[in-house]
Design a protein around this ligand. Sequence first.
Ligand code: URA
Ligand code: CA
Length: 433
Amino acid sequence: MRMYDIIERKRDGQSLTSDEIRFVVNGYTGGEIPDYQVSALLMAIFLQDMTEAERAELTTAMVESGDQMDLSAISGIKVDKHSTGGVGDTTTLILAPLVASLGVPVAKMSGRGLGHTGGTIDKLEAIPGFHVEITSDEFVDLVNQNKVAVVGQTGNLAPADKKLYSLRDVTATVNSIPLIASSIMSKKIASGTDAIVLDVKTGAGAFMKQFEEAKELARAMVSIGNHIGRNTMAVISDMSQPLGSAIGNALEVREAIDTLQGNGPHDLTELCLELGSQMVVLARKADTLDEAKERLTENLNNGKAFDHFKRFLASQGGDARVADHPELLPQSPCTFELLAKESGVVSKIVADNIGSAAMMLGAGRATKESKIDLSVGVVLHKKIGDAVNQGEPLLTIHASTTTVDRVKEKLYESIIIADGVVDTPPLIYDTIT
Ligand code: URA
Ligand code: CA
C-alpha cells in the first residue's frame, strides 16, 4: 500500500477502505508516514469529505492507536455526557451526581480547560482536597460503590488524534466535519462508555456558531457512535449567551451547589434536566423522557441529588463541607459591579466575549502551561430578555486586582441593551437520534 495512491484516491473523491484508513493512522502515529503526506490527505478530506463508514473507520483507528478504558467491571449501562464546549457550562458538575442519584453509573474521564474557563477537573479542584489522580481500579470501585467518579484523562488516550490535531491546526484543516466528529468521538469511545449524550452548542460562544453547522456536526457524531455500537444521541443547545449566571471555576461550583439544591438558574436547571433525562433513558433506568425528568426533578427537590454530590466529593478526598458552606471555596479579594449605562431590555450577552473577559481576569488558560486563578470570574445578574434600569448592576466581577478597567470595557461591549421587546433565544434547538 502506498500513501501516494491513498492521497490520489481521496483527492479524486473516492472512498477509502478500512485497510487504507488504518494504514494511514497507524503509519502516522508510528512515525513512518511524514507530515507532508498526511497534510495533503487531510486537505483532500477537507475538500472531498468522508462517507459515514469512512468516518467510523477513522474513529476506530484513532481509538485503537492508544489506551482504552475497560469499564466492564462496572455493572449497568455506563452513560457519558460530552459538551462541545461553551462559556460558563457547569452542567457536568450537576449532572454527574444527579443522574447517579437514580442509579445510573457515571464513569467520567475529564480534561482540563483551554481557553474561556476551566474544564470540569479545574472546577472540581476548586473544592479543597478533591483529586482526580486515581488508578483505574480505584475508579471502577468508586463507580460501583457511589455510581459516580471522575478521573483525569490518561496521557495515551487516542494519541493518533493528538498528532493529527496538531497537524490540522497548522494546515487550515481543523474546521472539517468528518475530522472534528472523529476527533471528539475517538476520545469518548476510548474512555469506555456504553452510551453517549452529546451536548452540541451553537451560538457566539460555541465552536459551531451557526445552527446548521452544529446540526451537521451533531449528526456526524451520532452516526459515528451508533456505527461503532455505542448508543449515541445529541441535543443542540444555545450558547449565544453564557449558560446560567456564573463564569469562573469556584463561582461555577457555587452555582452547581445551588442548582443541586433546586435553586439554580432556570436555563442551567432545564438543560441539566433535559440532558439528564436522555442519559437516564439510554441507561434504561426509565422508560420515557417524561418519567426520567420527573424523577430527576424529584431528586433535585428532595435533597437526594445534593446528598449524592457530597458523597461524591468525600469519596475523592474533597471537603464535603463546601456543599453546605460554599464560603469555604476560593474567594477573590476584590469585587466590582458593572452598572447599566442606560435603561432598556438586554438583547445580547455575547458569550465568547464574556468568556474572554473571564480569561483576562485569570479564570482560563491561554496556553496549556498557564496557571488559572480558581476564584475569579463573572456573575451575571441579567440575561437576554430581562429589563434593566440605568444604574442597576448587570453583573459582578470577581477579581484578584483592583485594576479591572479593560475587563469592564470588554464587558460593556459584550452586553447590548435595546429598546422594546426582545425575544429570548430557545434553550434547546433540536434533538438528533
Ligand atoms: N475538539 C476536538 O476534540 N477535536 C476537534 O477536532 C475539534 C474540537
Ligand atoms: Ca454557569
